[in-house]
Design a binder for this molecule. Structure first.
Ligand code: PYC
Length: 413
């Protein structure tokens, strides 16, 4: 038995420092209350404290930190979006990602791999060209490549896809990366905690008090907190929280499932996405294939995963990589994706004064973690929307001024 394990077994107290303090009890007032200790909520707390000196902040989490969509995604980071708003926002996120391990003094295993979005039809090729042009305009490395280039880069892939959906070309995005998702929550959590933020796990929000159009208190399973600033960053639970403040939203929640294979030797360097096959796959530092599909086609507020999903995704993975037919799936799970009609997020102020929203992340919220935290912190501290999020306001649905990002979703929905 390893010595370290024995040391743990014999010790009365935990011999290694915790990532963050377990605060004893809720205080009755905080300057900012953040609902949701996923990456977005913790990042907002971190930047509020680090950049604006706002330390009297608590983050409330009904489960455990990073236990929602932060720990349930397939860890892909990219900025090859379609709209100018999306491209600039995600590009700023990549710049933050690149320095995060050093900033946290915690290895997030951020690994730049390159990202191929395969096109199997002329219309998909057209969308890839459109995305490449918008990307290049904003200085982002994206280019359309033909089937020969894809074949040379990925000789192990069957580019005829078993003959039923031949690859015609791809959008290649060199900055595409993967990163260890749970460590992102721990890094932001520890950084926020070191700056005085309190993180209360197993503390569910049961109500939000609004008086004369202003948020004034948050009711929780551990007591009432008075505050005049509340940020909701709860992904698939956003409709529940919005109901508490009496706001309508166009959000609808669908399950998004993923699975992981047993580890193999490294053979897949880039990230591969196919919208037509509803597949994305990358190989983690541990050698596992991390794979996902599109949303389940029904609205459901649940994180149960299904055999249908495993069968469907495995069949499409085998279209691309038939030699994997003996590979075992070792885990599968689901998250709850809060979708908007235009596939762009909802960020910023709301008609309830002091109630801020970070929602509508659908199937692409993980990669936004650093910039979502930074821009929400700026919006709260400065009292006006950060310039990078003006295209994502809740108002846009009332004003019919949408930010149509559908063409940049990793897979069809
Ligand atoms: O937006 O890159 C993405 C993505 C990957 C998996 C789900 N969404």
């Amino acid at each position: 038995m390893p010595l370290r394990l024995l040391r743990f077994a014999a010790a009365k107290t935990h011999p290694e420092p915790r990532m963050f303090r377990p605060p004893e009890r809720l205080q009755n007032h905080y300057d900012v209350v953040i609902i949701g200790a996923g990456g977005h909520g913790l990042a907002a707390a971190y930047y509020l404290a680090r950049d604006y000196g706002i330390h009297k902040v608590c983050v409330l989490e009904k489960g455990y930190i990073g236990g929602g969509n932060t720990g349930r995604n397939t860890t892909i980071v990219r900025s090859n979006y379609l709209t100018p708003e999306g491209v600039q926002f995600y590009d700023a996120s990549i710049h933050l990602w690149e320095d995060l391990s050093e900033e946290f003094d915690l290895n997030l295993f951020y690994s730049t791999r390159g990202h191929f979005t395969l096109a199997h039809s002329d219309s998909a090729m057209r969308t890839m060209r459109w995305r490449a042009e918008v990307n290049k305009h904003y200085g982002i490395a994206s280019e359309v490549v033909d089937a020969d280039v894809v074949h040379r880069a990925l000789p192990m892939m069957d580019i005829s896809c078993g003959g039923h959906a031949p690859v015609l070309g791809a959008l290649y995005h060199a900055p595409g990366a993967i990163v260890r998702h749970d460590a992102v929550a721990w890094g932001y959590g520890r950084g926020a905690d070191l700056r005085g933020v309190e993180i209360h796990q197993r503390t569910a929000v049961t109500g939000i008090q609004v008086k004369a159009g202003k948020a004034v208190a948050v009711e929780t399973t551990k007591g009432v907190i008075h505050t005049d600033c509340v940020l909701s960053a709860v992904a698939g639970s956003s409709p529940e929280i919005l109901q508490m403040v009496g706001l309508d939203s166009p959000l609808y929640v669908h399950p998004l499932q993923a699975m992981v294979s047993e580890p193999t030797k490294p053979w897949l360097d880039p990230i591969i996405v196919s919208g037509s096959l509803h597949v994305y796959v990358s190989q983690s530092a541990r050698g596992e294939l991390v794979m996902g599909a599109s949303l389940d086609p029904y609205e459901l507020h649940s994180t149960r995963s299904t055999l249908d999903f495993t069968e469907g995704l495995a069949a499409h993975i085998l279209d691309l990589f038939p030699f994997l037919s003996e590979l075992k799936v070792v885990r599968q799970w689901a998250g709850m994706a809060d979708m908007t009609p235009d596939y762009a997020p909802i960020m910023g102020k709301t008609p309830v004064e002091g109630f801020y929203l970070d929602a509508g992340w659908g199937t692409w919220g993980f990669k936004a973690t650093p910039i979502a935290g930074k821009t929400m912190a700026a919006t709260i501290a400065e009292g006006k929307p950060h310039p990078l999020i003006t295209g994502f306001s809740l108002d846009r649905f009332r004003e019919f001024s949408l930010t149509g990002e559908r063409g940049a979703a990793a897979v069809g929905h």
